[in-house]
Design a binder for this molecule. Structure first.
Ligand code: B12
Length: 206
């Protein structure tokens, strides 16, 4: 696991993939690879970026290495054909391009039986509204990683509450909190992927 972690930080996608394959062959659980290897590595990358030890290109390369590892683990997480838990539309809000955390949430929701329509990054309030009409979800997930995009999150949540009050909302991302969720009228906040699944279940009574 330490080697996976170090290879993600080093941005060595091929090494990450081969180590993940080897761990799976050795019987390591997929969720363990994610939490103790892949996510932990990005936490370290995050703090190194903050302290100026790593720069944006290196962070991007590390993120790609992490995605390479995730792509091998994802198919093993669960049966995506039985969507009993509910339908979720999710996206990173307007102006925000961060998607690693959101992608993890998507993966964990799917592996817990939710059907997830992922709108990607930089999703405007209008695009969320269109997706609500098209896909008729029971729940909308919104991600924001920048303090500057929290306003877009607020705008979108308010628009959903106004136009489709029956649809629940949940928010996440480093700068947001339960207090912010309460302030903007979101249905809930979750600090990580596992908590996001619990929250989605709770909001939908699944
Ligand atoms: C990787 C990264 C990038 C990558 C993004 C690659 C990608 N494809 O996502 C790149 C290099 C592109 C990038 C760019 C920028 N970044 Co950046 N980035 C990060 C970094 C290092 C890690 C984020 C990450 O992936 N974390 C790992 C994941 C697993 O955690 P997570 O995102 O928090 O997600 C978890 C939870 O929050 C939650 N969650 C997330 N979404 C959701 C949604 C729902 C519905 C729920 C319930 C839960 C949930 O569950 C997730 C899984 O456990 C953070 C630092 C940090 N530690 O957060 C900075 C950071 C977010 N970036 C920052 C900045 C400033 C920028 C730039 C403005 C830099 C620049 N000057 O250009 C640009 C902005 C680009 C844009 N318009 O969005 C700042 C934000 C500061 C602030 N408070 O606003 C941070 C905090 C770094 C810092 N300390 O300065 N960044």
């Amino acid at each position: 696991m330490k080697e996976i972690l170090e290879s993600v930080i080093a941005g060595d996608v091929e090494k990450v993939k081969s180590l993940v394959k080897k761990s799976l062959d050795d019987g390591v659980r997929p969720d363990q690879i994610i939490s103790e290897g892949l996510i932990k590595a990005m936490d370290i990358v995050g703090s190194r970026m903050k302290s100026g030890e790593m720069y944006v290109p290196e962070v991007l390369i590390a993120a790609e290495a992490m995605k390479g590892g995730l792509s091998l683990v994802k198919p093993l997480l669960g049966d995506e054909s039985s969507y009993a838990a509910g339908r979720v539309v999710i996206g990173t809000v307007a102006g925000d391009l961060h998607d690693i955390g959101k992608n993890l949430v998507v993966m964990l929701l799917e592996s817990s039986g939710f059907e997830v329509i992922d709108l990607g990054v930089d999703v405007s309030t209008e695009d969320f509204a269109k997706a609500l009409e098209e896909h008729k979800p029971q729940l909308v997930g919104l991600s924001a990683l920048l303090t500057t995009t929290m306003a877009a999150m607020e705008e979108t949540v308010k628009a959903i509450n106004e136009k489709a009050p029956q649809v629940k909302t949940m928010i996440g991302g480093a700068p947001v909190s339960q207090q912010f969720a309460d302030e903007i009228g979101a249905g809930g906040y979750a600090p990580d992927g596992a908590a996001a699944v619990d929250l989605a279940k709770q909001l939908l009574g699944a």
